[in-house]
Design a binder for this molecule. Structure first.
Ligand code: PMP
Length: 690
């Protein structure tokens, strides 16, 4: 049974064709009649109509809907609606729109549809597309992208002709790849199916089409209904009545309330509560969770249909927003070729191409890339590289790491040992974590004149412990999860020089900051600094799959491998081809877009929206850098109350400790960033954080 109440504000389904002229409009109109016969108040709407000069034209599909309903009692009160967009040229919408010096895009179409739904509020909306699924609406987007953005189930209409299976199967694949549910199939059999095939029993062959499709659907675990309807030579009342009778089973399936529990989200929460463990969470007092159904652009859609504006980019990762078509295309393409193969003794194009691409955007001295599964593992790899480098040089006593307080590098043991010693997990794992050397956090703010004394402690620590330090590790410019602190670039430059003098390597953890978040491709580019090892992750795949990378200089690589030694690391899923292909696509996408301007625009909006918080009584500091906005409070905030409040406000923001922070996807509009900031201001002024 269909669950179509859980869509983002829209209730209904899309009617899409497997190609043009398959009988989609007639099926839509007959479906509408069938739904009305069942007493379901439904309305049909053509999204884009081409080949029709104006919306009132009798040539438009609205006219067909009207004739199908003419004799229905409801027709007196409800008039079928005009298409959203009409273009005179009988061509693909992208061309027809261009001919009239205009353009279509998914965002505007969806906004117009939502407005329509809000104004006319039919119980069920039948949205008729234009032609087949991949009919372009502009140079980048197709009709299918409109459907994916709305997330409505799709009723697929196809021609029941020889060769029709091919189009139907391709359409079913396209719907599956877009994550769309199939509402049902209507196969339209031509009036004279045997035409052109003398001596062949075409009707019997065509009957097999329906049986075959049913079988394929069953193999895919899909229970959508399939009906065949004849193409009527004359669309009179008797014809409409017959068609709608044939479509009744489909109409019934689409209008009957879901047989599954209405609140699917609640059921999911119950199952989650007994089987799943969440990050930094107790199983005794489990955290409050929001069940999410799907994502699109900068929106997270909850199981109950509510849409949240994303302010977190899924922990710094989803920089292009969710489900970006270029990343999805890379994922599907690679999945078909080779989802995974071991990396020991084998290599492949996605890994090599990504390594080359990554080295191209990293500082010139970086010459080798080691792929890891997650940020924490990339940090482990970096630390191990530094240790093996020192062993290669005969410096076996260099077994410790120097790092500032306030840092965060991950949750595995090596990474934990260099996290902030107070806020991190040092007290919990006392006696177990390696004893590293800590220095005060870089005290000089990013936006103040540089204070050279901020480097004094680093100098002292390196003098005192220099001989035992393998490397200094820190997050460049922005300390993330350890305090969202932005420090002065000159600190990094000075620290690099001190490392060099002390014979310690410099490891920069760009896992959170990499790929444009601070306004530079890598945060280290704010400073004149030449690291020995760089870790990146998170946004590397645009937030689609887990992948991280540790890059190093030729000198590091050479010394790690001195005296016939090998680097002692090799994860099972190293250089996973799916993740590499998506990461390469994400880097290409960054290269194609003006991400610098987008991040600058985020910075402007975040400053505009968050700076007013500085005057609120409980606020200790407001700071913004690139696409990161931080409000630091005086006291730790009430995270439970704030999490709930933000969801109620339609935004996804996850404060912790004394930090309410935003890092929206780069694609976020100024309006959406404005909503995020407004929710933060509202929470603070209403005292929700207390
Ligand atoms: N380093 C930094 C700077 C991070 O922000 C994180 C993740 N928050 C990590 C390392 C660990 O990455 P992962 O969660 O992918 O293991």
């Amino acid at each position: 049974m269909l669950r179509n109440a859980d869509q983002a504000g829209l209730r209904g389904f899309f009617v899409a064709g497997s190609g043009t002229d398959v009988g989609k409009t007639v099926v839509t109109a007959a479906m509408l009649r069938a739904l009305w016969r069942l007493g379901t108040p439904a309305q049909a709407l053509k999204v884009v109509q081409t080949g029709v000069r104006d919306v009132q034209s009798p040539l438009g599909d609205t006219h067909v809907y009207a004739t199908a309903l003419e004799d229905m009692p409801q027709a007196k009160a409800v008039q079928p609606t005009q298409p959203l967009y009409c273009f005179a040229l009988p061509a693909s919408p992208h061309l027809a729109a261009a001919q009239e010096q205009t353009s279509l895009c998914v965002e505007h179409l969806c906004a117009a549809l939502r407005r329509f739904q809000a104004e006319s509020a039919p119980a069920l909306l039948l949205l008729e597309g234009a032609g087949g699924l991949h009919v372009p609406i502009n140079a980048q987007e197709d009709m299918l992208d409109v459907m994916a953005a709305l997330g409505l189930p799709v009723l697929l209409v196809g021609s029941n002709v020889l060769g029709g299976l091919n189009h139907m199967l391709l359409s079913l694949d396209a719907l599956r790849d877009a994550g769309l549910r199939l509402a049902g199939i209507a196969l339209v059999t031509p009036a004279d199916p045997s035409a052109g095939c003398p001596g062949v029993d075409v009707p019997t062959l065509l009957a097999d089409n329906a049986a075959f499709l049913r079988q394929r659907l069953a193999q895919r675990g899909c229970d959508a209904a399939l009906v065949t309807v004849p193409r009527m030579p004359c669309l009179d009342l008797a014809a409409w009545e017959r068609l709608s009778s044939l479509l009744l089973p489909l109409a019934q399936a689409l209008s009957t309330p879901c047989a599954e529990p209405r609140n699917k989200g609640e059921l999911l929460l119950q199952r989650d509560a007994v089987a799943v463990w969440h990050p930094y969470a107790s199983t005794v007092t489990p955290p409050a969770l929001a069940p999410v159904a799907r994502t699109q652009g900068n929106r997270i859609v909850l199981a109950d249909g509510r849409e949240l504006i994303d302010g977190m980019s899924s922990w710094w990762a989803a920089i292009h927003g969710y489900n970006h078509p270029q990343l999805m295309a890379a994922l599907h393409g690679q999945a078909g070729r080779m989802p995974h193969v071991m990396f020991g003794g084998l290599t492949h194009e996605p890994a090599v191409a990504l390594a080359e691409r990554l080295l191209h955007c990293l500082p010139a001295d970086m010459e080798r890339v080691f792929f890891a599964d997650s940020g924490s593992v990339a940090v482990e790899v970096a630390m191990k590289m530094a240790l093996q480098y020192q062993i290669g040089l005969g410096e076996r006593q260099r077994v410790r790491f120097l790092t500032p307080t306030g840092g965060y590098h991950g949750d595995t043991f090596g990474a934990m040992s260099v996290c902030d010693p107070v806020n991190g997990m040092h007290s919990l794992f006392k006696g177990i974590l390696a004893q590293q050397v800590f220095m005060e956090r870089p005290s000089c703010r990013f936006d103040r004149p540089f204070d050279p004394t901020s480097l004094d402690e680093a100098r002292r620590k390196l003098q005192a412990h220099g001989q035992e330090i393998a490397a200094v590790i820190l997050e460049p410019i922005v300390q993330g999860a350890g305090g969202m602190w932005f420090y002065h670039p000159d600190y990094l430059t000075g620290l690099a020089a001190l490392c060099h003098e002390a014979g310690a390597l410099l490891i920069l953890d760009e896992i959170a900051t990499g790929f444009g978040r601070t306004g530079k491709m890598f945060a280290m580019q704010w400073a004149k600094v030449k690291p020995d090892i760089v870790c990146c992750g998170k946004a590397l795949t645009g937030g689609v799959l887990t992948l991280a990378a540790t890059a190093c200089t030729a000198e590091v690589a050479a010394n790690v491998c001195a005296h016939g030694q090998v680097f002692m690391h090799g994860p099972t899923f190293m250089a996973n081809p799916l993740a590499c292909a998506v990461a390469k696509a994400s880097l290409d996408l960054l290269g194609e877009t003006d991400w610098q301007e987008r991040v600058r625009s985020l910075e402007r909006c975040l400053k505009h929206g968050l700076n007013p918080c500085a005057t609120l009584p409980d606020v200790a500091d407001v700071r913004v850098l690139g696409g990161i906005g931080v409000v630091e409070t005086v006291q730790p905030v009430n995270t439970t109350a704030l999490h709930r409040f933000f969801v109620e406000q339609g935004v996804w923001i996850r404060p912790f400790n004394r930090l309410i922070y935003l890092m929206p996807p780069y694609i976020s509009s100024a309006e959406d960033v404005g909503h995020l900031c407004h929710a933060v201001r509202l929470a603070l002024s209403a005292g929700i954080h207390c």
